[in-house]
Write a protein that binds this ligand. Structure first.
Ligand SMILES: [Zn+2]
Length: 291
């Protein structure tokens, strides 16, 4: 343990207090001799300062199991705002954990693609670039970007909400940058034949790795773009992961009432999902707590 303010180990015990929200737990306090600040065992933990810390892990599991935020509040007997605040904390913490745990020298093959959803209305589409390791189906990186509306909605969207930014390039470049850092031994990267991809891959990796593209295929069930029709699916690891994301996050399900209101909150949800996917679902240890 070190002082959270100056990272010094020169501190002493400084009394204790009973936490009312942590079941009357006795919490040790400390005094740092270097920066003369005080801190406790609670400082910097996921539930630090929360009034309902006991519900945090349950909220995480419910939100990651296809339950909406409002229904999660009803099940856990919380106020919806409590759930929203917990989601922010969990999302930020999960993002930090994902970064710590992402690096693996054994990663050789990575598949990436973009999913689409929207914020507030279908006139404001959102793109979700993600990269998956082929062997283990671990999600290496995920992002969120705004994109302009397509097809019939483009005109309505422009008239109602004005021109919409297209951040897809930057977001995908960031995801690939994360892949580059997390997988120093990467040899092959695969994707579909989107014309925007080859340039971004070249810019990030230079000529060092092989970029293989496959022709996109239609979904086998109406409204399920992830599960492809017929034969061997070359991008199976990615499509399977996307299907899992859509199934486990209520707001990304097809034909649901539940929508994303803000892009930032969607990012927290996705970061938290990546942690759950890699640690709880693939790791097969559902009981593990996010700390
Ligand atoms: Zn200090």
């Amino acid at each position: 343990m070190v002082c959270p303010r100056c990272k010094s180990e020169n501190f002493k015990k400084n009394g204790s207090y009973t936490s009312k929200s942590h079941r009357q737990k006795l919490v040790q306090r400390y005094y740092c001799r270097d920066c003369e600040s005080t801190f406790s065992d609670q400082t910097g933990t996921l539930t630090c300062g929360e009034r309902k810390p006991y519900a945090t892990q349950l909220v995480m599991r419910l939100l990651m199991s296809g339950v909406s935020q409002r229904r999660c509040a009803k099940i856990a007997d919380l106020h919806p705002i409590t759930v929203a605040r917990k989601l922010e904390r969990l999302g930020l913490r999960a993002a930090a954990r994902n970064l710590e745990e992402s690096t693996l020298d054994s990663i050789e093959e990575v598949i990436f693609d973009e999913m689409e959803t929207f914020e507030h209305t279908k006139c404001k589409p959102v793109s979700i670039p993600l990269a998956v390791e082929k062997q283990s189906r671990r999600i290496i990186a995920i992002g969120v970007a705004s994109m302009p509306a397509k097809g019939k909605l483009a005109k309505i969207s422009g008239a109602k909400y004005g021109a919409r930014d297209d951040d897809r390039k930057e977001a995908l470049a960031h995801v690939l940058e994360c892949v580059k850092n997390a997988a120093p031994g990467i040899k092959v990267i695969k994707s579909d034949m989107c014309p925007r991809y080859p340039n971004i891959v070249k810019k990030t990796f230079g000529g060092q790795i092989k970029h293989i593209t496959y022709k996109g295929r239609r979904g086998c069930i109406v409204g399920q773009g992830e599960l492809k029709r017929g034969g061997f699916d070359t991008l199976f690891s990615l499509n399977h992961t996307c299907a899992m994301v859509r199934d486990n996050l209520k707001r990304l399900s097809r034909r649901t009432w539940c929508t994303t209101k803000k892009r930032g909150c969607l990012k927290w949800m996705l970061d938290l999902y990546v942690w759950c996917h890699n640690q709880l679902l693939l790791g097969a240890d559902w009981g593990m707590a996010l700390a």
